[in-house]
Structure formats: C-alpha cells, structure tokens
Design a protein around this ligand. Structure first.
Ligand code: FES
Length: 126
C-alpha cells in the first residue's frame, strides 16, 4: 500500500469529488459533513466513470395512514453517487448500490482508505 496526498481539508467542497490519477487508476475523494469517502472511479456494472456522475440526496417518502405516499422529499443526510453511464446509484458512505435489483447483484464501488493528518487528506492505494 502506498499513501498519496490528495489535498488539504479546506480545499474540499461538500459532496464535490476530487479526482486523483494514480497510474492507470483514478480515485474520487468526497467530503460530506467533514467525513471523507474515496472510491475507485470504476463502476462495478460495466466499468463506467461512476464518480464523474452527480451526487443526489436520497429520495424518501412518508406514507399516509391509507398507505399512499403523503410526502416525497430529498434527504440532506444520505446521498448517492449516480453513475453517468446507466444511472445505477451507489451509497456515498458505503459504495453499495441502492435498489432491490442492484442489491441482489451485490454491486459495490471499490472503497479506498482515507486518512486525515495535520489537515491533509490522504488515500492508500495498493
Ligand atoms: S457502467 Fe455504471 S451503471 Fe453501467
């Protein structure tokens, strides 16, 4: 495993990935509420640049007593990375694909270790 510097904490913008090229690989590092998450920028579906897609809040709903949808809203806590090739959604914090079909297929972005030392964000890539 080798450690690579990505950027200082203050250089990150909330939910906007920093892409780091390491040889033939590319890693995307995200900041969300002062936590950092990093993934290989390669979709487990068909190899698309998953981390170049949008990041959206989870679509949630509240049910009425008659089991109809009373209210739809977008989460401000949980977010998904949307692969731009075919639209699969991956949980920002775990990299696991969302949705029943995706969950059955066990599609997950490859997680990369992130550490923060003296205000510097680093990743470990093997
Ligand atoms: S390559 Fe990402 S959804 Fe198909």
């Amino acid at each position: 495993m080798a450690t690579y510097k990505v950027a200082r904490i203050e250089e990150f913008e909330e939910l906007k990935p920093k892409l780091v090229k390491i040889g033939p690989k590319e890693v995307a590092v995200y900041m969300h509420k002062n936590c950092f998450f990093a993934y290989l920028n390669e979709c487990p579906h068909q190899g698309g640049p998953a981390c170049e897609g949008a990041v959206w809040g989870d679509l949630l709903c509240e049910l009425a007593s008659n089991k109809t949808i009373a209210k739809k809203y977008t989460s401000t806590d949980t977010y998904n990375i949307i692969c731009p090739w075919h639209g699969l959604e991956f949980d920002l914090q775990t990299g696991i694909a969302r949705g029943t079909i995706c969950s059955d297929m066990k599609l997950t972005l490859r997680k990369i270790n992130v550490s923060v030392e003296a205000g510097e964000v680093n990743i470990e890539v093997g």
